[in-house]
Ligand binder design. Structure first.
Ligand code: KIV
Ligand code: NA
Length: 262
């Protein structure tokens, strides 16, 4: 058995930071798990980084299931969480139960993430948690609302900050096991982190969250463009293009294969 939501909640009390990254296929999931990542998120950002869409909106539940199953096959230790994609859970509680149920039953991942802390989503989080489905919340910049919010930082007026704080508290009270704080002021993220009994996982939310998450394509330098708060630890695009150029040149100069590679 790998990491559990209960263990991750206890890490918060111990002050032990939680490392989270996204994955969309077996190969990368296996590498992240071997490297000791604690939470592997099958984020709907895969719509952009793996499927070439402009936003996260077009990805379907069936596509998320396909990717989540592949990720799950690569993971032994990490807790695997799958995003519920846009409009797979907002219509009704029964739609959300159906979608989250399919995610757990058909892929074997241990939890789902859904965006928003408004009253309807709180009810959904409470029902899913009651059923036994671990839910991760997500407040601040919620990319499924890009057409309303844009990609700008959230919570920089007092009213907005108050709203985001109360959404995070309400998500925790509804039974969420963790909450992602995306692109909000560090100060606000610190206050939320202090007030919640469950871990906060930050992205563009400063250094005082209980854990941090990045989109793995951004971390590796695989994305064409990345948000301002993401950090690349590698330029994988350059490395891959270089290797492909080397191969191409050797083919064109008839240097590959060499006789011992026949
Ligand atoms: O889809 C995603 O990758 C996410 C993380 C950035 C939290 O939701
Ligand atoms: Na997401």
């Amino acid at each position: 058995m790998g990491l559990t939501t209960q263990q991750l909640i206890s890490w918060k009390q111990q002050g032990r930071p939680i490392v989270a990254l996204t994955a969309w296929d077996y190969a990368f999931a296996q590498l992240l798990d071997k490297a000791g990542v604690d939470i592997i998120l099958v984020g709907d950002s895969l719509a952009m980084v793996a499927l070439g869409y402009e936003t996260t909106l077009p990805v379907t539940l069936d596509e998320m299931l396909y990717h989540a199953a592949a990720v799950r096959r690569g993971v032994k230790r990490a807790l695997v969480v799958c995003d519920l994609p846009f409009l797979s859970y907002q219509e009704s509680i029964s739609q959300a139960i159906h979608a989250a149920g399919r995610v757990l039953k058909e892929t074997g991942v241990q939890g789902v993430k859904l965006e928003g802390g408004h009253p309807a989503s709180l009810e959904t989080v409470a029902r899913l948690s009651d059923i036994g489905i671990p839910v991760m919340g997500h407040v601040g910049l919620t990319p499924q609302s890009v057409h309303r919010l844009g990609y700008r930082q959230q919570g920089n007026t007092e009213a907005e900050a108050e709203r985001i704080l109360s959404e995070a508290i309400a998500l925790s009270e509804a039974g969420a096991f963790a909450v992602v704080l995306e692109h909000i002021p560090a100060n606000l993220a610190r206050i939320i982190t202090t007030k919640l009994p469950i871990p906060t996982i930050g992205i563009g939310a400063g250094g005082d969250c209980d854990g941090q998450v990045l989109v793995t394509a951004d971390l590796l330098g695989l994305s064409e463009k990345k948000p301002p708060f993401a950090k690349s630890y590698l330029n994988l695009r350059e490395i891959v293009i270089g290797a492909v150029n080397d191969f191409s040149q050797e083919v064109r100069e008839r240097k590959f294969p060499e006789s011992d590679q026949l």
